[in-house]
Write a protein that binds this ligand. Structure first.
Ligand code: 9MG
Length: 289
């Protein structure tokens, strides 16, 4: 498989037309839906598979091509999670989506055992904000039939906003991604399995995030499909002054700019408006519908 097609499990996604990846967060402190997916009012967080499935179904109806299921919060300052807790959160949700819905599934994880179990449960894409840098991550996925998104993050979620010094953020993020791509290829991972992502909000200042967005087209030089995620992030709050749950319009504006920079996959909580944004952008760019 090469060119603009991405194999995700038993689905083949045509990336010559940008697509939406819907976010299904199974996290209690997620900035959008962790609370919504929690079942009951028990002390320990337990994801409600029924609520996750309802959200997944709604996103599918709204036009998402993929769903990204994650159990570990990667918000700035977020606490880390044991592998078992992560498994308990994501595996039942992936199994349920796989059993009931005809949609490509991504797992948002950096933990090797979670990658392997999630793929066995039905995930066809590993979305790793640490770009397979955790020990054992490369070996876990190299021999499996799975797509991989390599994202740039400086530091760890708990501390990443403490060091946002770059000489040239675009050049440095691009060089990091190019190196991770080379390392993956060195481990026998075909280029056709890879996606890259500059990691908006992950160890970058507001200005650096907007510079990355302005110069996104430079990442096309890596020759791989570009995934971007800005949904509800603080880079949108910083310029609009709006709280997390009022950033949909800003997210749509940012999505259009990312499409203009060559984004192939937009990761978002707000599937319907971003699907519309893609349609408008396509019409503007002269594509027939
Ligand atoms: C898990 N996660 C949170 N934000 C993200 C982003 O911008 N990109 C990717 N690939 N994953 C993200």
């Amino acid at each position: 498989m090469s060119g603009t097609f991405l194999k995700v499990g038993d689905q083949v996604i045509d990336l010559s037309v940008p697509v939406v990846m819907g976010i299904v967060n199974a996290t209690p402190d997620s900035f959008s839906d962790g609370g919504r997916l929690a079942s009951g009012a028990s002390a320990g967080f337990k994801v409600s598979v029924d609520k996750a499935l309802a959200l997944a179904d709604r996103m599918l109806q709204q036009g998402a091509a993929l769903l990204d299921v994650g159990g570990e919060s990667t918000r700035p300052g977020a606490a880390s999670l044991s592998a078992q807790e992560e498994l308990d959160r994501v595996i039942p949700v992936i199994e349920a989506i796989r059993a009931r819905l005809d949609i490509a599934i991504s797992v948002d994880t950096s933990t090797p055992v979670v990658m392997v179990e999630a793929i066995a449960a039905g995930a066809g894409l590993v979305n790793d904000v640490r770009a397979l840098r955790r020990p054992g991550a490369l070996a876990a996925v190299a021999g499996l039939d799975v797509a991989i998104c390599l994202m740039h993050m400086r530091g760890e979620p708990g501390t990443m906003q403490q060091d946002v010094q770059y000489e040239d953020v675009v050049a440095q993020v691009r060089a990091f991604l190019a190196e991770r791509v080379d390392i993956c290829i060195g481990h026998g991972i075909a280029r056709s399995r890879l996606l890259v992502d500059p990691g908006f909000g992950f160890g970058k200042s507001v200005e650096q995030n907007y510079r990355l967005l302005r110069e996104l087209s430079q990442f096309q030089g890596l020759g791989l499909p570009l995934l971007v995620g800005m949904s509800r992030k603080s880079m949108l709050g910083a310029v609009t002054g709006r709280p997390v749950d009022e950033r949909i319009h800003a997210g749509v504006a940012a999505s259009v700019l990312a499409l203009q920079g060559g984004a192939a996959i937009i990761r978002t909580h707000d599937v319907a408006p971003v699907v519309d944004a893609i349609r408008v952008h396509r019409a503007w760019s002269g594509a027939s519908h």
